[in-house]
Design a protein around this ligand. Structure first.
Ligand code: DP6
Length: 353
């Protein structure tokens, strides 16, 4: 994070990484406050790989709130952006009561400039990184301390998990007002330094049904969701135990079963929602074939609201798995792009379809 100040403008810039869920969030009990139907758990990826970068500035010279995403101006009037701005300003006001609020420029307008270094809305958790970054930057600009993941949640549910590194749980609300539905770190990334994620970019096209609308229709129409609600809390406990014990085969099996169940309830939605493509399904078959050949569960896939795969595996298995993936899905660009960041290593590959 960096902060610049002059007499007329104050600006904060920060970055936030993507998180990829292993226990999926898919459904809300409250659309407005964004409260989930079940707990979810994710792994936050490395800072310098898939990330959002956001600058927020406040100045008496600005005549209105404005926002640019990847260079294109967007309306700030979406209810979610408004909720976030309102809540940050409310907390900043509360904190500064009795002090000189003009110091922070709370009465002035803000400008927001954000960019992703990966495809937006292609099922690669762009809104998660984007809202986490926006809320964090605004909290620094207006000196809002304490828990802020509940504010990020109101931008996009999964965003609350990107405010922490490592293995992150988004808890369901237990209070009536939903205020305790926020993210907590289950383990830092240093707990399991061998863990790696491999992102296979099948398509960078925008998804045909957005997550918000998709999960709404699923909750309204899928009868399979009843079964899911019964299972998912136990699965969450089991995967937390697997993470605590660094038990990769159990972690991997639950991750794959969760992904399969998400896409099963999507298929059970009326009209059905298809996020995975033939290429996605080939990746699933390849992962199971690799695990069969190696005689142990060594790699797991997971798919969100799009065709792109995230594979979780341990460092020692990266060369073998990567060479098999590259053999079956020759990379067209960006192959081999990798780095170690916050304990996780990522490779981006584009399989040919
Ligand atoms: C499939 O967080 O994008 O990635 O709260 O409506 O903005 P809204 O939905 P969003 O949904 C993410 C769904 C998911 C699963 C997950 O990340 O847990």
């Amino acid at each position: 994070m960096s902060q610049k100040t002059s007499s007329q403008i104050r600006c904060v810039t920060c970055t936030a990484p993507v998180n990829i869920a292993v226990i999926k969030y898919w459904g809300k009990t409250d659309e407005k406050r964004i409260l989930p139907t079940n707990p979810s758990l994710s792994v936050t990826l490395g800072q310098d790989e898939l990330r959002a970068k956001t600058s927020v500035a406040v100045s008496s010279r600005f005549t209105e709130d404005r926002m640019w995403l990847n260079g294109i101006e967007q309306s700030v009037n979406s209810p979610r952006v408004q909720n976030v701005l309102k809540e940050i300003r409310r907390r900043a006001h509360k904190r500064k009561s009795g002090e000189n609020k003009d110091d922070l420029g709370l009465a002035h307008h803000v400008h927001i400039v954000s960019e992703n270094n990966f495809p937006t809305a292609a099922g690669l958790a762009s809104s998660a990184a984007g809202y986490a970054c926006l809320v964090y930057a605004l909290s620094k600009l207006f000196e809002v301390n304490g828990e802020i993941s509940d504010i990020a949640r109101q931008g996009s549910g999964s965003a609350c998990r990107s405010l922490y590194g490592g293995y992150v749980l988004w808890k369901m609300a237990s209070k009536d007002d939903g205020s305790d539905s926020h993210a907590v770190q289950v383990q830092p990334e240093s707990h399991w330094p061998q863990m790696r994620a491999l992102i296979l970019v099948v398509s960078d096209q925008k998804k045909h049904v957005g997550s918000t609308e998709g999960m709404q229709t699923t909750v309204q129409t899928s009868e399979l969701m009843e079964t899911r609600f019964k299972l998912v809390e136990r699965r969450t406990e089991d995967i937390i135990k697997a993470i605590n014990d660094r038990d990769f085969p159990t972690f991997a099996k639950i991750t794959m079963q969760e992904s399969n169940q998400l896409h099963a309830v999507c298929l059970d939605t009326y009209p059905p929602i298809f996020y995975m493509t033939d290429t996605s399904r080939l990746i699933v078959r390849l992962v199971h074939a690799i695990n069969d050949i190696l005689g142990k569960v060594k790699v797991a896939y997971t798919f969100d609201a799009g065709p792109n795969a995230c594979l979780y595996l341990l460092e020692e298995d990266v060369p073998r798995v990567l060479s098999l993936v590259r053999h079956f899905f020759p990379a067209s660009k960006d192959a081999g792009n990798s780095s170690f960041v916050t304990g996780l290593k990522f490779d981006e590959i584009e399989p040919s379809t």
